[in-house]
Ligand binder design. Structure first.
Ligand SMILES: O=C1O[C@H](COP(=O)(O)O)[C@@H](O)[C@H](O)[C@H]1O
Length: 232
């Protein structure tokens, strides 16, 4: 396996243990640099982890949270990743954290990506923690197969920052951090659950074509060691 596999008996245990590991990384970052940064994924998988992380006893006032990727929809849209984070993470102890959204109320997604790049430039270089997810089609962040901006988004020499993405499987137009922004995180995690996702991961590991399964970019050439958290 390309990354280090951390296997748990069930999603609840995974969420709890991942929250502890992430909290330890954020606490260490605060001790060394006085501040910490984390970029999290959306989708359905992270809810339990967000709930567990929000209860961790760390100095949240020193933590900046952002998203790995977002839909070009406002925070009141039910498909917004911002909304997911606001509902399940930015509460309890974690209410004291600073959240920097990727969605910006601009006319176009390109304009929003430019503003998001500017607003996120002051932290996450590198991120202390990045939590990636993976879709059944092998996408991670908004690196979608056949995405109109995929080559640019996963370019190993590409700039840090936020790009737009349109793809058939993506629904709304997306905003996503580039591969180079995410792949050098001090703690780089791929959080997946269920047998179906493990089969997708194994398929990704069996091939090389990153345009077909963009998760391969992370598996094969992330600057940081990839920690894979999985439960059936
Ligand atoms: O579209 C997205 O999907 C992936 C995976 O989501 P899941 O529902 O299968 O857990 C997610 O990692 C990404 O952030 C999100 O925008």
């Amino acid at each position: 396996m390309a990354g280090k596999l951390h296997e748990f008996p069930d999603p609840e245990t995974l969420a709890h243990e991942l929250a502890i590991d992430v909290a330890a990384q954020l606490t260490a970052a605060i001790a060394v640099r006085g501040a910490a940064s984390i970029a999290v994924s959306g989708g359905s998988t992270p809810k339990r982890f967000f709930e567990a992380l929000s209860e961790q006893d760390i100095n949240w006032a020193k933590v900046t949270i952002t998203l790995v990727d977002e839909r070009f929809v406002s925070a009141d849209d039910e498909r917004s990743n911002h909304r997911l984070v606001a509902t399940h993470l930015l509460k309890g102890n974690a209410e004291a954290a600073t959240f920097v959204p990727l969605y910006q109320p601009a006319t176009t997604a390109e304009e929003a990506a430019k503003i998001a790049t500017e607003k996120t430039a002051g932290f996450g270089n590198p991120f202390d923690v990045v939590i990636l997810g993976m879709g059944g089609d092998g996408h991670t962040a908004s690196f979608f197969p056949k995405g109109n901006n995929l080559a640019k988004a996963i370019d190993p020499q590409g700039p840090r920052g936020v790009l737009t993405m349109q793809a058939e499987g993506a629904g709304e137009e997306r905003l996503t951090f580039s591969f180079t922004s995410l792949a050098d995180a001090r703690l780089l995690v791929l959080h997946i659950e269920g047998d179906a996702k493990m089969i997708v991961l194994e398929k990704a590991e069996d091939g090389d074509d990153e345009m077909d399964m963009p998760i391969r970019a992370v598996l094969n050439r992330a600057a940081s060691p990839l920690q894979i958290y999985w439960a059936p």
